[in-house]
Write a protein that binds this ligand. Structure first.
Ligand code: RNT
Ligand code: ZN
Length: 423
């Protein structure tokens, strides 16, 4: 038996030849893949709890289910968990932080008083890791969000409080981007909405428009901070009306030149986001993705290599949108090892991107342009049994991360030695 790396290299050479027969240059596909950062969501590590001492009462219609032991309780633990996850994922990636993950040194700092000093620990750590940061104001898990409204609240003082929070977060994002030399995408998602039959759908949307305009008024260098807005169809407790709906934010992003964030779980269950990229991209500067997996509802299951995920990456590659797209993950599952959750989901995201980069796009496009839909269909099916796994294993090997399921051994060791000591 040859040693695993010799076997992987050998299989790679054969697979590479097979793709080359279709005109696919595997080496350039891998080179391109290396340059696509995926932004890992910090909140998978601790069930969206954050470090403000609020525990699991996150509100906003967000539900984390499962009680697998070992969730991170401190910034140090979360960073250690992330370091392990990152060491098992090929490529250079980013971390997506929420404002509730600041380091407050035991002091009570309210959301409108946040500043970059509360995130310096994260910035320093990210610099050590050579990774960029993305950011999110936290418009939930707070006394002033309890009645389901934040930026669109009818009470001017509450609105003002959340506007100040957003303003503070944009400045923090800019500081992160400046210090790390890589623009921070600061994404706004608010839970605002109503459970049952609203009489006034107009008022909250007008107030939200105004609040966002005020929040975004300060000009920040786009080399440091870029603003994104995230829409949603409905949430738990906002089934009848969501202020920041798709139409709302699409109009907002287009008219204000903001990044539109499409979360894979934020539409009707049979509606995929992949088809939307080419519809919105002619009108917006950049796209942010929250790649997620809804099972029957926006359940934020761990991302797997599903047809939905494959379509998302195919559309990014086929449409040549990668340069204008920020790929972020948004899932949180507390029913399995949380570090493994990051590794599984992120590796699947990267696998899907690789699969898309390995498509014989020119050949498929030629078939389509010639009206030969028979070949197009036949080829798409034939590609499903191409030796993609050999290319993936080689990519892992070349990025010094375990190929195959061997990464799990390290998670098991960590669980036995570190996670099991937490309670
Ligand atoms: C909620 C949105 C939002 C959150 C994170 C934690 O439905 O998807 O992106 O998941 O901010
Ligand atoms: Zn999201």
């Amino acid at each position: 038996m040859p040693d695993p790396s010799t076997r992987i290299e050998h299989a790679y050479e054969i697979a590479r030849g097979q793709y080359a027969e279709l005109g696919v240059n595997v080496d350039s596909a891998l080179e391109r893949l290396r340059q696509i950062p995926v932004s890992l969501q910090c909140w998978q590590g601790d069930d969206v709890a954050g470090f403000e001492g609020l525990g699991n009462d996150i509100g906003g219609g967000l539900a984390v289910t499962g009680n697998y032991p070992g969730g991170a309780r401190t910034p140090e633990e979360l960073r250690a968990d992330l370091e392990l996850a990152l060491s098992l994922i090929p490529g250079q990636h980013r971390l997506n932080l929420h404002a509730s993950y600041g380091e407050f040194g035991g002091k009570k700092v309210d959301r409108n008083e946040l500043s970059d000093e509360h995130f310096q620990g994260w910035i320093d750590w990210a610099a050590e890791q050579g990774m960029g940061l993305d950011f999110n104001p936290t418009f939930f898990a707070h006394e002033k969000a309890k009645d389901g409204f934040t930026l669109s609240h009818r009470d001017e003082a509450i609105r003002r409080f959340w506007i100040e929070h957003g303003q503070a977060c944009r400045r923090i994002g800019a500081e992160m981007g400046k210090q790390l030399g890589s623009p921070c995408v600061t994404n706004v998602w608010i839970p605002d909405g109503m459970k049952d039959q609203p009489i006034d759908r107009r008022g909250p949307r007008e107030r939200l428009t105004e609040a966002l305009d005020t929040m975004f008024a300060e000009q920040l260098d786009s080399a440091h901070n870029r603003d994104a807005v995230e829409c949603k169809l409905f949430g738990i407790g906002s089934e009848s009306y969501v202020v920041g709906s798709h139409e709302f934010y699409m109009g907002y992003a287009i008219s204000r030149k903001k990044i539109l964030c499409l979360d894979a779980g934020h539409f009707h269950p049979t509606e995929g986001i992949a088809d939307k990229f080419s519809a919105v991209m002619p009108h917006i500067p950049e796209l942010l993705l929250h790649v997620s997996r809804g099972v029957r509802w926006d359940s934020d299951h761990i991302v797997l290599l599903t047809d939905d995920l494959k379509s998302i990456s195919q559309e990014l590659v086929r449409g040549d949108y990668l340069d204008r797209t920020h790929v972020g993950l948004d899932f949180f599952d507390a029913s399995v090892n949380r570090v493994a959750a990051w590794v599984i989901g992120t590796r699947c995201m990267i696998k899907a991107l690789l699969l898309a980069l390995l498509e014989p796009i020119e050949l498929l496009r030629r078939c389509e342009n010639e009206g030969d839909y028979t070949t197009r269909l036949a080829m798409l099916e034939e590609l499903k049994t191409f030796p993609f796994g050999a290319i993936w294993d080689y990519y892992c090997l070349s990025q010094q991360v375990p190929a195959g399921a061997r990464w799990l051994e390290q998670i098991r060791d960590y669980e036995a030695n570190v996670l099991s000591q937490r309670n």
